[in-house]
Design a protein around this ligand. Structure first.
Ligand SMILES: [Zn+2]
Length: 493
């Protein structure tokens, strides 16, 4: 049995990667693809945000089942916003203690549904070993102890220090959780507060090298490279090629630990993929100011508690997608304000099993409102064999329908991904709003990627990802992230 290694490269964009491969600029990734498959356009989840995608990679299901609906979302049970660190400005307002608690602890042990199992839990049940180096979501069966650096201890009032977390057999979360190996070891890679306490590519590489050196490579290892995401956010998608070459060199370091690409592919199976794409944000005019658009309504202030008796709307910003939680019967008023803005792509809402997606055509002379209504199971079948009941204007989600068959174009796997974003919520009183290409949402404390890149939406620029598989000729059933868990479980037996 070959051991399996999955490497998630945040924001590895399919277009630039394909070009770099054609030009021979990424020899290591090419060598891996030559011993397997290169899926150029795989499909991720919605919102196209790492924590949602990571939860789907380890559970093999959509957010409707794993219940992590966004980077930022409203939890009515605790009447508060959950945020896994979307921006410094938002973290500052919500409080460092809460955000750290959410991302380090609650995401894994509270928010990720207990009704679904993770790939670590499944493999460990079969008596197999598992490892996680810096990958974002890590619930497993083995207990580990968190050691918080001094500054984080101050911010969290020492409440997370020495806290137990359940993860795979070997768990590394930067400096916070040190993977236990047979022999003691030190990691020299940067791990200061500015290098995110070891949540960086170099740290991931060094821990992997150490595990291999100590001959303790688990049957399945999940690794994460976070650095590329930051580069694309800052400079935009056109600068991705240079950065992709750097990533390829780093992958070379991992392969060298196993004796070089050839030996590595003979002895192990590799899966390298991205969690989402990115879309360029127009310089100077790319921000959609939600507080301005919703100025007639009472918007929740992030610094204050949520009071549904005096507030109309809670904004949970996921960059190019926003969740708007509405109170006091203000749904229609909010929708009208949003549809009037030509930078908004669509507004969707839920009524029990039914999803309605609305769009205003601002381009034609007469402003036209379009509406698509759908629900699961029906006479229409999509490329993933999911069936739907659909009516209204198919162009709202760019559906191409012929002989009861649905094909997707601008919005890959649109119907299930959008539905699952609603069904993963703890309330029905929410609108899903997305930005057109070129734009992202601006709200209190949100990140600003002016002239850079952003993601979050249903559009294919945010949603299409490359998947490179090496060391096996097998492929997942469909080229979607939700199909990877079963694929890996079938590979390891
Ligand atoms: Zn990002």
């Amino acid at each position: 049995m070959k051991k399996v290694i999955l490497l998630l490269v945040d924001s590895l964009l399919p277009g630039p990667l394909e070009k770099a491969m054609e030009r021979g600029e990424v020899p290591n990734m090419s060598a891996i693809a030559e011993t397997g498959t290169f899926i150029k356009r795989g499909v991720t989840l919605l919102p196209t945000m790492s924590c949602v995608v990571d939860s789907s990679i380890i559970t093999g299901c959509y957010p409707d089942e794993h219940h992590v609906p966004g980077l930022m979302w409203y939890n009515p049970k605790e009447n508060r916003i959950v945020d896994y660190g979307s921006s410094f400005g938002i973290t500052w307002r919500l409080g460092f203690k809460q955000v750290l608690q959410d991302v380090i602890h609650d995401l894994h042990s509270k928010h990720l549904s207990k009704k679904v199992t993770t790939i670590y839990e499944d493999l460990e049940k079969r008596g197999l070993t598992t490892g996680n180096i810096n990958f974002g979501v890590y619930r497993g069966k083995s207990e580990h102890t968190m050691k918080m650096p001094f500054l984080l201890n101050l911010m969290t009032k020492f409440q997370l220090n020495n806290k137990k977390v359940k993860g795979p057999n070997i768990l590394t979360v930067g400096k916070l959780v040190k993977g236990e190996l047979n022999k003691p070891y030190d990691i020299n890679a940067p791990s200061s507060v500015f290098k995110r306490y070891g949540l960086n590519d170099e740290y991931t590489i060094e821990v992997f090298q150490e595990i291999v050196r100590q001959k303790q490579l688990p049957d399945f290892t999940m690794m994460y490279f976070p650095d590329l995401d930051q580069a694309v956010h800052k400079k935009g998608t056109k600068f991705a090629i240079d950065s992709i070459q750097k990533i390829d060199k780093k992958i070379g370091q991992l392969l060298d630990a196993l004796g070089g690409p050839e030996k590595a592919m003979e002895e192990t199976i590799w899966i390298i993929l991205s969690d989402h794409g990115q879309t360029d944000v127009k310089e100077g005019i790319g921000q959609i100011p939600l507080p301005e658009i919703l100025s007639d309504l009472t918007i929740h202030n992030l610094r204050k508690p949520i009071d549904s008796a005096t507030m109309d709307v809670v904004i949970c910003n996921n960059e190019r997608l926003t969740y708007l939680y509405f109170f006091r019967m203000k749904k229609d008023k909010i929708m009208e304000a949003l549809l009037a803005d030509s930078r908004i792509d669509f507004v969707a809402h839920r009524n029990n099993q039914q999803i309605t997606v609305e769009k205003r055509d601002h381009d034609s002379n007469k402003k036209k409102d379009l509406k698509l209504v759908y629900s699961e199971t029906g006479d229409y079948t999509d490329p993933y064999n999911q069936t739907w009941n659909i009516s209204g204007d198919y162009q709202v989600l760019d559906l191409h329908v012929k002989d009861n068959r649905i094909d997707y174009d601008d919005y890959p796997d649109a119907l299930k991904r959008l539905q699952a974003a609603f069904f993963g919520q703890r309330t029905q009183d929410v609108l899903v709003v997305t930005a057109k290409p070129g734009y992202e949402f601006q709200s209190q404390g949100s990140a600003n990627h002016n002239g850079g890149g952003s993601h979050g939406s249903l559009h294919r620029q945010d949603s299409e990802i490359p998947i490179i598989i090496g060391g096996t000729d097998k492929k997942p059933k469909y080229p979607r992230i939700v199909d990877l868990k079963k694929f890996i479980l079938d590979l390891i037996h």
